[in-house]
Design a protein around this ligand. Structure first.
Ligand code: IMP
Length: 177
């Protein structure tokens, strides 16, 4: 049983879809202001390991938009909570290059073990308008092919997504020991 420290039910369900044996713990941790998702995840790991005794994981993700030079990136949560999807669409109004990538960094550790990181990414394009009601966050404005992620079910999202990839890497690592 792995404790997944997150307040985000959507993330937890995605992890459960891949790992099965995982428990959501919403104990909270500081998300530091840093230049990379890796730094945020490693710093967070220190705190959650002090709070929970057992195998723990956390996951930090971000949306990086090419024409905005990687914005909102490590500020994705703040930007989502402030300007949201409508704000992102306004920033890209009239912009032709809509390429973007979701990145996921997952931290995992067991007591007495150095934390390890697993990563995943998903390339796509920012849609012209939000579509779909599944997923969470930026999913309604992130297109892969014909569909936005919010138009996919959980299994389809997990098959292609940044988080699906980082969680599957953790799973393979756990199985290969
Ligand atoms: P965090 O990893 O929880 O810090 O997420 C940063 C921001 O990106 C939050 O606003 C999330 O809602 C959003 N986000 C994280 N993962 C995804 C995803 O898989 N799809 C869409 N938005 C996401």
């Amino acid at each position: 049983m792995i404790y997944f420290v997150t307040g985000n039910r959507g993330k937890f369900e995605e992890a459960q879809g891949v790992l099965g044996d995982v428990e959501q713990r919403n104990v909270g941790y500081a998300e530091i202001q840093a230049d990379t998702l890796e730094e945020v995840a490693l710093f967070g790991m220190k705190e959650v390991r002090e709070k929970l005794d057992g195998p723990v994981m956390i996951e930090d993700a971000g949306l990086f938009i090419e024409s905005l030079k990687g914005f909102p990136g490590v500020y994705s949560a703040y930007v989502f909570d402030t300007i949201g999807n409508e704000g992102i669409l306004r920033l890209l109004d009239g912009v032709e290059d809509r390429r973007a990538v979701f990145r996921s960094v997952l931290g995992y550790a067991e007591p007495g073990m150095e934390p390890i990181l697993f990563k995943g990414e998903l390339w796509g394009e920012i849609a012209q308008k939000p579509r779909g009601s599944g997923g969470f966050g930026y999913d309604p404005i992130f297109e892969v092919g014909e569909k936005t992620i919010a138009e996919m079910d959980l299994e389809e999202k997990n098959t292609i997504s940044h988080r699906g990839a980082s969680i599957r890497d953790l799973k393979s690592w756990l199985l290969s020991r």
